[in-house]
Design a protein around this ligand. Sequence first.
Ligand SMILES: [Fe+2]
Length: 294
Amino acid sequence: MDALRCFEDNIELDRLDRESFLARHKLMGHPSLSLENLGKVLPALPPSNVMYSKSRLANGDDFETTFRDRPEGVSVSQVLESIRESSSYIMISSPEKHPSFHDLYRELKSDVEVLMRRRGIGGEALMSKLYLFIASPNQITPFHVDRYSTILMQFRGSKTITVFPQWEDAVVKSEDLEAYCDYERTKLPWSESLDKYGKPYTFAPGDALHIPFMAGHHVANGSDDVSISLSIIFNTDETMVWRNALCMNHRLRRRLPMVGRSVSPVGRSALRDQVKDFTYRGIGYVARRMGREW
Ligand SMILES: [Fe+2]
């Protein structure tokens, strides 16, 4: 059996993409994640991969659009220098483009693929990439969902991460989840009253947390230190079926309102989701052959 290199090997496989759970990673002290190395990596990456904000974020903010407007006249190196005293947030998409992250990415992807094979949900981590987050004490990551399965690892500072059930309509309505997955809108309705559905995790260096595909979550950094965390996001054969089924539902609702009103939500029946996935891919194939959008 393949051994895991980056995680302690007590991962609760049955819960993968069903429920959130804590694990432990073995990457503490990894040279790629030192502030010294990050100070070199950030300016060397393509600017579009390095997003940062100099304001305190709040739940209810649109997380995906927060970083579109860069703070004027402030470089990412300046943000990094003052991150302990300010309310800043740096998010790096695909740090694996930098040579100092090549090996780390390869090892993490390999571990994810070991877990997928053991669980029987494919052998290749699809659309996989890393995200690196560096944030000031007390900073907030607003409530959002990811179109991926996630394993998040903490390296410095502490935080509270609240994860919500994956297919709970009371947290995110099916219509909103589908539109989000299909990139039509990126802001989800939020109210503090939803917190009663969430499961809070206290997250410290050495901890890893699995966030299932499309499960809502928000994060509050501790007041003690700058937070450095890294995630690997990926899709499996199973989450790709869900992704396509969510997009199929969204397009049915948008184009055929009479039919759309009665479409069944995704994640309740594997067979129904597979039929929607098959149909979505089939229509997409025909549309592309005809040079049409759909
Ligand atoms: Fe996320």
